[in-house]
Design a binder for this molecule. Structure first.
Ligand SMILES: [Zn+2]
Length: 312
């Protein structure tokens, strides 16, 4: 079930109202705010208006939406990243990221508290363990746990957890940082493709010294060129910039062809205005401070399907 449906169900249950009633209120709220907020955001406002909050509730991972406080969840650690150290205002700190999964989805959990991090460092809590989180707060695609939160090992057995990234079928206007999304839209602008040189062995960027390309690990190498293609997708609710690397570009055109001006122009003329299904991750571009999609897969839309859906 989708994130949104679960949320509506939970609000309806807590308010003792019909699901359809909640849905109507959400739509009305969205319309009143001129569509400036997502369905999930509108649902949260409705929940607040009905005096419902999600504090101290045991939630499923797919029910978590940004901005929740003091929520509880149980999940299995399916990925544990190394402890990172950082320095801020002269103080040293540590942070640990891990991926927590249950039967509805998975989410990144960020630990900031030294006592929690110690449980990871001394392997009291390991990858594969089921853990119980209390007092977490949610951000876009993440749960954060501070010193006010609780982290402990759970006796609960979780066999079937969602290990694949949860893909949200959302509109661009609803897309949030950290989400894996699948979006259908039209290519409205294409930028000049760019190329960079990498080592053929390790795929890392090479340093050019005159005519010679050097890899930090493999020494002098015959570099190969990798492409980057940026374009803008419009799904009718919003436009968003998309970044495509070699593997995805090659789905559409052999990337080397983009170096040939004639072939590149023909490709652009053909690709612009095309309807596509795009899968990817929503990331924040640090330079422009806006959201963009890093493509993982692309599929050209079928005109018949489009016509059929327009007729529905
Ligand atoms: Zn190399």
């Amino acid at each position: 079930m989708q994130n949104y449906d679960l949320l509506i169900e939970r609000i309806a249950k807590a308010a003792n109202l019909e699901k359809s009633e909640i849905e109507e209120r959400v739509e009305a709220k969205k319309a009143k705010l001129s569509g400036l907020i997502s369905r999930e955001g509108a649902a949260q406002i409705i929940a607040a208006e009905l005096g419902i909050n999600f504090e101290n509730q045991d939630l499923k991972i797919s029910e978590m939406i940004p901005g929740m406080r003091r929520v509880n969840v149980i999940g299995k650690i399916i990925n544990l990243f190394p402890v990172r150290e950082f320095e801020k205002n002269g103080n040293k700190g540590k942070v640990v990221n891990l991926i927590l999964a249950d039967d509805t989805g998975n989410i990144r959990l960020v630990l900031w508290d030294m006592n929690h991090i110690e449980l990871i460092e001394n392997e009291t809590i390991k990858q594969g363990d089921v853990v119980e989180i209390k007092n977490g707060s949610t951000r876009e695609g993440e749960i954060h746990l501070s010193g006010f939160g609780e982290l402990k090992k759970s006796d609960k057995v979780m066999e079937d957890v969602q290990t694949a990234p949860s893909v949200s079928e959302v509109t661009l206007e609803e897309a949030r940082q950290g989400q894996s999304v699948r979006i259908r839209g039209v290519v409205v602008q294409i930028f000049q493709p760019r190329f960079y040189s990498v080592c053929p062995e390790c795929n890392k960027k090479v340093i050019k010294e005159g005519e010679v390309s050097k890899c930090a690990e493999h020494g002098v190498v015959t570099h190969k060129d990798k492409g980057i293609l940026n374009f803008v997708l419009d799904d009718g609710t919003e436009t968003m910039r998309v970044v495509m690397f070699s593997d995805q570009i090659n789905i559409l055109i052999p990337e080397g062809d983009l170096k040939d001006e004639g072939k590149a122009t023909a490709f652009r003329d053909d690709f612009i205005g095309t309807e596509i299904y795009l899968s990817g991750n929503v990331k924040r571009n640090q330079l422009f401070n806006n959201l963009e999609i890093v493509a993982s897969d692309v599929e050209k839309g079928k005109v018949e399907e489009l016509i059929q859906s327009l007729n529905e």
